[in-house]
Design a binder for this molecule. Structure first.
Ligand SMILES: [Zn+2]
Length: 313
């Protein structure tokens, strides 16, 4: 299926619109009929510092019922925990004041150490992660994995950090939120050793090829798809591959502030190209079109799958 079709296939929240301005308003201001889960937003990223609360409101109005804030370092995981706890308290306060519906998504978080920060994964870092995982809002260990693209931490340190976090996930009985870039052979080899003791995991922001996809599905892992699928320059291959992912293994994510979906109408795109959770319906739209499904069906099964893997309500 060519990308043009998915580009012309308006997301649920943009139907029956006319004109780009109106479309822009509706894209961020209308609730979809089916709730979505963004399994990966870098909510504590500094690019959200000035308008995080407003951004969460936009996500909620765009139909995103839950966001999982990604923890990428010890400090980042602590920040994600603080933010998720604060927002949970705010939602509870609103509910106790008789507000029938909250106006922001539920926020969970992951606690882990991204391979870029692999060198920091010593005993005290692991002890802190263990503490953060005591929070009921902490749904997965990660993001963790291997990234040999720029080697901000040495490959050796990355492998040690990855193995340590897989062991932690096994000990805690929690799924893993996985990141892999240019390190497929080592990544799979380490995962294979630990897979029997893991409850499950998701390879987030999958952008790789058929062989990699097959190897992840063979390991009974879940797959996270971002707006990369809507990138006509480098994501076309995902249009075919996303059809091969079983319904109960597929989830969607923005990976915001990165990877602004390129199927957004140009005029609706923010000038600074910052992605945010409110744009998740564009990922949904591209995934649904590629799979030949209705957006409602794709929304329903990706949400169910995210709830099941991450133990969400
Ligand atoms: Zn990642």
């Amino acid at each position: 299926m060519n990308l043009q079709r998915s580009r012309n296939h308006a997301p649920i929240n943009q139907r029956n619109t006319s004109g780009d301005n109106e479309m822009k308003q509706l894209a961020i201001a209308t609730t979809t009929s089916t709730s979505l889960v963004d399994i990966g937003t870098n909510l504590t990223n500094k690019r959200f510092r000035s308008d995080r609360r407003a951004m969460l409101g936009r996500a909620f109005r765009a139909g995103v019922e839950r966001i999982v804030a990604t923890g990428v370092s010890v400090q980042g995981s602590r920040d994600a925990c603080d933010l998720a706890s604060e927002l949970a308290a705010e939602r509870a306060r609103r509910a106790s004041q008789g507000s029938l519906t909250p106006d922001l998504p539920a926020v969970s978080f992951t606690a882990g150490i991204h391979p870029h920060h692999g060198a920091e994964c010593g005993p005290s870092a692991l002890a802190t992660l263990r503490e953060l995982h005591a929070s009921p809002l902490c749904v997965a260990v990660g993001e963790c994995g291997l990234d040999y693209n720029r080697n901000f931490s040495s490959p050796k340190a990355q492998r040690a950090a990855f193995a340590a976090q897989l062991a932690l996930a096994a000990e805690l009985g929690k799924p893993v939120f996985l990141h892999e870039r240019e390190a497929h052979a080592d990544f799979v080899s380490i995962l294979k050793d630990h897979r029997p003791s893991l409850v499950g995991g998701v390879v987030h922001c999958f952008t790789s090829d058929r062989a990699a996809l097959d190897s992840y599905l063979e390991l009974d892992l879940h797959i996270g798809i971002t707006g990369w699928i809507a990138d006509e320059r480098r994501g076309q291959h995902l249009i075919e591959l996303v059809r091969l992912i079983p319904t109960d293994r597929l989830m969607i994510e923005t990976d915001a502030p990165y990877i602004l979906p390129r199927n957004m109408p140009t005029k609706a795109q923010p000038k600074d190209k910052r992605n945010e959770a409110a744009f998740l319906p564009y990922v949904l739209s591209a995934v649904a079109a590629a799979r030949g499904e209705s957006e409602t069906d794709a929304a329903r099964h990706t949400t169910e799958t995210a709830r099941a893997l991450l133990g969400l309500e």
